[in-house]
Write a protein that binds this ligand. Sequence first.
Ligand SMILES: Cc1cc2nc3c(=O)[nH]c(=O)nc-3n(C[C@H](O)[C@H](O)[C@H](O)COP(=O)(O)OP(=O)(O)OC[C@H]3O[C@@H](n4cnc5c(N)ncnc54)[C@H](O)[C@@H]3O)c2cc1C
Length: 290
Amino acid sequence: MTNTWIVTTNAQIGNLVEAGRALGGTITVVAVGDAQIAGVDKVISITADADVPAEAYAGAVADAVAAGDQDVVLAPNRPAERVLAGAVAARLNAPVLSSVKKVDAEGAHVARFGGITLQTDALTARAVLIMDGGPAPEGDPVAAESVAAQAYPATVSSTESAQGERVDLTTAQRIIACGRGFKEQSELSLAQDAANAMDAQLACSRPLAEGVNWFDKDRYIGVSGLTVAPDVYVAVGISGQIQHLAGMLDSKVVVAINNDKNAPIFKAAAYGIVGELEQVLPQLTEALKA
Ligand SMILES: Cc1cc2nc3c(=O)[nH]c(=O)nc-3n(C[C@H](O)[C@H](O)[C@H](O)COP(=O)(O)OP(=O)(O)OC[C@H]3O[C@@H](n4cnc5c(N)ncnc54)[C@H](O)[C@@H]3O)c2cc1C
């Protein structure tokens, strides 16, 4: 019987709970802090001081995870949880698999090469898996067993908001992504107008974030950037190189606007418009407003 352990700092673990259910055993959550966790069998809550970073409780989390030989430990793919997962793996002498898309009786389905291939790893022994957390599971919170713990010496001395508007494109439902087809930064207003008209977020290919720096780095999509799965992804002036496609192929509907009818992006698109973005985008905006 494979039991599941989940290490987390908050309640956004719906995908992990689903994975645990697929494995069939019990699900125990080890949470740093007092997150209200629902939909699992047991919750162990590591009492955490507000001015101590969650990562400083990694040793305590590793102590609390009493995983058996066949058990799996799941962690949501977030910065603090990746540290907790590493500590647990080191303590258990277990391997870590990251980019796990799904877990079922066959094993862990792991995205490779930026999601272009899916590899299935049989879970024959204890392992630590990192996957997207998903939403909070529904249901009444499970009463937690609180555990007092010693943190490694680390204190948060101050917190400042990052400059500029921060966006989380991974939860966006509509995205307009801009590529090198935009010749001047001022042309981006055409994409912004269309984005306003369809309530979309702007994103970009890597050259626009790491070449000309017209976008922050948290807005570029692809194998070395973000992976997104919106309802609608409009790729404007993007050729569709594999490194970009790897970040957006899970979009439900892809629309491509490109002046080269042979651009590879059209192969990934449900709808394609061959034309100059300077002409197509204003027409699209007008049509969306109508
Ligand atoms: C290791 C590695 C990792 C990488 N990771 C990423 C990544 O994560 N994300 C990423 O995006 N890239 C990544 N790249 C870069 C990637 O290979 C491509 O170079 C990049 O995606 C190309 O960006 P683009 O499509 O905007 O530009 P281009 O390939 O130059 O395409 C521009 C497109 O715009 C079209 N166009 C030109 N003018 C117009 C116009 N007026 N109207 C309409 N269309 C027009 C052209 O026909 C062309 O198809 C990576 C590369 C490497 C080597």
